[in-house]
Design a protein around this ligand. Structure first.
Ligand code: CP
Ligand code: NVA
Length: 312
């Protein structure tokens, strides 16, 4: 109850803004919602509440899991394509924030610049949830942590290696993993490292949680002894123009059977999806018995329901 009070009314912009205890609470809450809903028990904690969902980029998982999730909690979701809003014609975010605050109980937003989400949060009186920016994807990583716990029993002390682009996924995995006492390794090509401020904070989080953080340019070194192997696309949404160059630069960073064989025998494979088979991951690894990507995708629903039910 104390933790619920701490979380009520908060924005959910970055995992770095929350304590390990608060993150653990959200994961436990997600587990509870999953159990209760599957047992047919009532979970209508947000009866009569309305969530606006602003999308400036494409989405399958985020859109559908937020919309279904708010409905299962007793509320309603409004899909707002940024192209159809006046934002698309240049209305400032700060005006949109104050107007939507008069109609809604919360907003989830997926956009490009992280500063847009911060500005929305600054001007809105209602909780703002980050549904992906170029910098971070925190709701995904909360679901990822829940998935790791379900399959490995814990987080603390586990070796989590991310192989690929130092993008929004790498940044949020650093935040979440180091906060929760994991040994996080990012294996990326030179010049594609994660955000420098996030890395600097990650070292600090690791120091207080007993975890660690390492950036390497060797995928084999990263994969060796990993309990969790993670990858994501090499060209993120908005990077279409750089895609061909990146595909050349990332050769050798494909999560394939050879890299998987270097990991712990019981290692699990995660990918936030959508995946490009044959680039960042082979079809064989994605479809292997060690891959838990669809459990991971499912947990988006429960983790986000826990976030919404707590902050809204
Ligand atoms: N992983 C993820 O956020 O998927 P979508 O882009 O489909 O929402
Ligand atoms: N890094 C990817 C994640 C998609 C869920 C992107 O931003 O496109």
């Amino acid at each position: 109850m104390e933790l619920l009070k701490e979380l009520k009314g908060r924005d959910f912009l970055s995992l770095a803004d929350f304590t390990p205890v608060q993150l653990e609470y959200l994961i436990d809450f997600a587990k509870f919602l999953k159990q209760e809903k599957k047992a047919g028990k009532p979970i209508d904690f947000l009866k009569g509440k309305t969530l606006g969902m602003i999308f400036q980029k494409s989405s399958t998982r985020t859109r559908v899991s937020f919309e279904a999730g708010i409905y299962y909690l007793g509320g309603v979701g409004l899909f707002l394509s940024a192209n159809d809003l006046q934002i698309g014609r240049g209305e400032p975010i700060k005006d949109t924030a104050r107007v939507l605050s008069r109609y809604l109980d919360g907003i989830m937003i997926r956009t490009y610049a992280h500063s847009q989400v911060e500005e929305l949060a600054e001007y809105a009186d209602i909780p703002i949830i980050n549904g992906l920016t170029d910098l971070l994807h925190p709701v995904q990583v909360l679901a990822d942590l829940q998935t790791v716990i379900e399959h490995k029993g814990a987080l603390k002390g586990l070796n989590l290696t991310y192989i690929g682009d130092g993008n929004n996924m790498a940044n949020s995995l650093i935040n979440g993993g180091t906060k929760m006492g994991m040994n996080v390794v990012i294996a990326c090509p030179k010049g594609y490292e994660p955000d420098a401020d996030i890395v600097a904070n990650g070292y600090k989080f690791a120091q207080s949680s007993g975890g660690s953080l390492k950036i390497t340019h060797s995928p084999a070194e990263g994969a060796a002894g990993a309990d969790v192997l993670y990858t994501d696309v090499w060209a993120s949404m908005g990077q279409e123009a750089e895609a061909e160059e990146k595909y050349q630069r990332f050769k050798g960073f494909c999560l394939d059977e050879k890299l998987l064989a270097l990991a712990d025998k019981e290692a699990i494979v995660l990918h936030c999806l959508p995946a490009k088979r044959g680039l960042e991951i082979t079809d064989g690894v994605l479809e292997s018995r060690q891959s838990v990507v669809f459990d991971e995708a499912e947990n988006r629903l429960w983790a986000q329901m826990a976030i919404m039910a707590s902050v809204m």
